[in-house]
Write a protein that binds this ligand. Structure first.
Ligand code: PTJ
Length: 246
């Protein structure tokens, strides 16, 4: 930690704590420096959304949990920001849904891959994929194309936090169901997602885990009903309306 104390009475207490987690991530070789910029963009949208899970996002989180539970091979993709912000929460979501965890980085270096894997293991992950990189996402010419063949390569449902839009589009092209967490409802990744979750990763991941736990004993018809009744375009429009009306 930075050692900096932030009084709980401070009006931006949560936001400042989050910034420090990203800063620590950079200092510890987990988060890329571009991750700081991504965090700033996210904060601005979160501010406009009222820093809360709006009803359409709650519905998206429930639909995402249903997708993960119905999947044959669900994978939670982790980048440097997700590793800094929600390492333990990702492990809990993986446990609640039987999903694999795979590191996938835009600014990929072997050192950062290893540090993130160690960090996730320290938070309870017993198996972390992404280091083998024996598969490729067709149509991408940067490091994010590298995946494990038996991980994201073989997945039918992938949760992608803070995505850059071209991988989101490439995964959709491969026929995978994509669950995207992004505070910007106009981003290409949110727009190409099967389930766009316009919420802060900090809230979205624990919310999905709570839904998955509540739905653990649900029958397939119930899960399919939740999946089928979710309307991605309406969820994106509701988030955009919230931002425009704030
Ligand atoms: O760790 P790496 O190397 O894979 O790099 C990851 C970054 C984040 C640098 C890379 O994916 C990137 O450049 O992302 P962008 O294009 O800056 O997009 C970030 C998006 O995530 C923006 O639309 C933000 O609004 C959104 N965002 C930022 N923080 C959060 C968020 N969405 C949800 N929760 C957040 N905490």
């Amino acid at each position: 930690m930075t050692g900096m104390e932030i009084p709980e009475s401070h009006p931006r207490h949560e936001s400042l704590l989050t910034r420090h987690r990203i800063e620590d991530g950079v200092d510890n070789g987990i988060t890329s420096r571009q991750g700081l910029i991504a965090q700033g963009r996210g904060e601005a949208f979160d501010y406009l959304l009222g820093e809360e899970t709006i009803p359409s996002a709650a519905a998206a989180e429930r639909a995402a949990a249903a997708h993960l539970l119905r999947a044959d091979h669900p994978v939670l993709s982790v980048n440097g920001n997700a590793a800094a912000l929600v390492p333990g929460e990702i492990v809990e979501l993986a446990e609640a849904t039987g999903a694999d965890i795979e590191i996938n980085l835009f600014n990929r270096t072997e050192e950062r891959m290893q540090r993130i894997a160690d960090h996730l293991r320290e938070h309870g992950a017993d198996r972390v994929k992404g280091l083998t990189a024996d598969g490729r996402i067709p149509g991408l010419d940067h490091e994010r194309a590298k995946v494990d063949a038996d991980g994201i390569g073989a997945a039918d449902v992938v949760l992608v936090p803070l995505e850059d839009g071209d991988r989101a589009a490439a995964l959709a092209e491969m026929g995978k169901t994509e669950l995207v967490v992004d505070l910007n409802p106009l981003s290409r990744s949110a727009q190409s997602a099967t389930v766009p979750i316009v919420d802060n990763l900090l809230r979205a991941v624990p919310n999905m885990t709570a839904h998955a736990e509540a739905l653990a004993d649900a029958d397939p018809e119930t899960l399919d009903g939740i999946i089928d009744s979710f309307d991605a375009a309406a969820a994106l429009a509701a988030a955009e309306d919230q931002i425009r009306d704030c």
